[in-house]
Ligand binder design. Structure first.
Ligand code: GLN
Length: 486
């Protein structure tokens, strides 16, 4: 048995049947990280020694009957913009290179309460701004399916680590596609929950009205299981929704008979790679064969989503990143003559180019002369996007699109062209703008063997609908069995 190839629910089974111990599992992951990390480069901080120590403690408690939690001793990887007490949280930035958070994010509290084991902090684009993980200050993560390709971003370290079996599952964050697009590029499952379902407390803010934390997993069942852990109201995040807790594994029915699926034609138009399009069309046919009712419709407003996203995201980022001033947090320039120079040099030296580009753009769209023309207009368009989705969900249970117009691209190929990089989120940003849940699952590979992802979008807090639709097609296509990554 190859331990690191198993999903978490498979691991749980083996633990229950006493075929595997917690210590064996954690050691298998530590070995796998030792073997693979030099090629894939997905971690900023590895915690393998600490993890093995913790596994032994937990195993001892389990043996004594002191721990009974279902997920006790299950390892996990964490994107490096989620605060972990006592362990560096760098956001892949020079600005926070040595930052150690004095507290845990709410999602970390929940993970620690389950006695899960943190294997390390995963690479990302600096401050989660990017779509390839090439904007990390520390390293460029490679796509485990082909080391010359990007893993996507910004949660590229999380997706690559799951795909390469270095962690059984991971947490990422998604502001405009950063969970779903890398999941699609790496052939794994990525879920962005409804805005407000998962607490953002302790997630380093990029664009607060768009950010959500979510699971990156090997399959849909694991995605539902991890969502069970992290979802829920939190007083420390005023945007978190107070609603009864659900068990998301209960909705996985393997049945889509009568499910109404809307396919917005704009997402299959110009700019979509032919192989991506054909694979999605085949998947749509599978849904029809299984009894779903599929209909094409127009989501015309989506053409404005990308522009709207980059105005709102940059505006919020320019405000959120104001706190990195060389005084309160992170990097401080070694030499300065006065306060103004301290601010200026610390920020100039501490931030990378993409982050600066966004701060400049964000400051511009918020400035008094341009506020009405750009920021206010973008907020108005945001309302229109929400209205269009509301209308669509009167007719459909889920909306189906590609996750990204292309498969993973070559490392370096979009670095000189920010606009092209931005285009790889064209299918995902609308979901954040409207605050909806979206999941990406692998549905095939192209001729070069690179994974192709499909996105399913649900109405607000209708995670069950997209999880079941994703689960049902997963059972049919059996991607993990058919396309095994060595
Ligand atoms: N790639 C998008 C951006 O650069 C999305 C990032 C994200 O979701 N964190 O803004």
């Amino acid at each position: 048995m190859n331990i690191t190839e198993l999903t978490v629910h498979e691991l749980q089974e083996k633990i229950k049947n006493k075929e595997l111990t917690i210590t064996e599992i954690t050691k298998a992951y530590a070995d796998r990280i030792n073997e693979k990390e030099k090629d894939v480069q997905s971690f900023i901080t590895t915690l393998t020694d600490e993890a093995i120590e913790k596994a032994e403690e937990i195993q001892a408690k389990i043996d004594k009957g002191e721990i009974i939690g279902d997920l006790a001793g299950i390892p996990i990887g964490i994107k490096d913009n989620i605060c972990t007490k006592g362990v560096k949280t760098t956001c892949a930035s020079k600005m926070l290179e040595n930052f150690v958070s004095p507290y845990d994010a709410t999602v970390m509290d929940k993970i620690n309460n389950e006695d899960m084991i943190n294997l390390g902090k995963l690479n990302m684009d600096e401050f989660a701004m990017g779509g390839s993980t090439e904007y990390s200050y520390f390293k460029k993560t490679k796509n485990p399916w082909n080391l010359n390709k990007v893993p996507g971003g910004s949660s590229g370290g999380s997706a690559a680590a799951v795909a390469a079996n270095m962690v059984p599952w991971a947490l990422g964050s998604d502001t405009g596609g950063s969970i779903r697009q890398p999941a699609s590029f790496c052939g794994v499952v990525g879920l962005k929950p409804t805005y407000g379902l998962v607490s953002r407390y302790g997630l380093v803010a990029f664009a607060s009205s768009l950010d959500q934390i979510g699971p990156i997993t090997k399959d849909v069942t694991d995605s539902a299981m991890l969502l069970n852990i992290i979802a829920g109201h939190d007083e420390r995040d005023t945007t978190s929704e107070d609603m009864p807790k659900k068990d998301y594994t209960k909705c996985l029915k393997n049945d889509v008979k009568g499910l109404k699926i809307g396919v917005p034609k704009e997402f299959f138009a110009e700019g979509i790679n032919q192989e991506v399009k054909e694979t999605l069309e085949k998947t749509i046919q599978e849904y029809k064969n299984m009894g779903a009712e599929v209909e094409e419709f127009s989501l015309d407003i989506a053409q404005y989503s990308l522009a709207t996203y980059y105005i709102i995201a940059c505006a919020e980022a320019s405000s959120n990143l104001g706190r990195f001033d060389g005084i309160r947090y992170g990097y401080r320039t070694p030499e300065f003559k006065n306060l103004k120079e301290l601010y200026k040099k610390s920020r100039t030296e501490g931030f990378g180019d993409e982050v600066k580009r966004r701060i400049i753009l964000g400051t511009y769209v918020l400035s008094s002369g341009y506020y009405d023309a750009y920021y206010k207009k973008a907020q108005q368009v945001r309302t229109l996007v929400m209205n269009e989705f509301n209308k669509a969900f009167e007719k459909y249970d889920v909306i189906l699109t590609p996750t990204s117009p292309t498969v993973a691209f070559d490392i370096g190929s979009k670095l000189d062209n920010p606009l092209e990089m931005y285009l790889s989120d064209i299918c995902t940003v609308s979901v954040n703008i409207a605050g909806l849940p979206g999941i990406s699952i692998p549905v095939g590979v192209d001729k070069q063997g690179m994974p192709i992802g499909m996105q399913l979008i649900g109405n607000r807090f209708q995670e069950e609908m997209i999880l079941n639709a994703a689960y049902t097609i997963e059972q049919k296509l059996k991607f993990r069995e058919n396309y095994k990554l060595q």
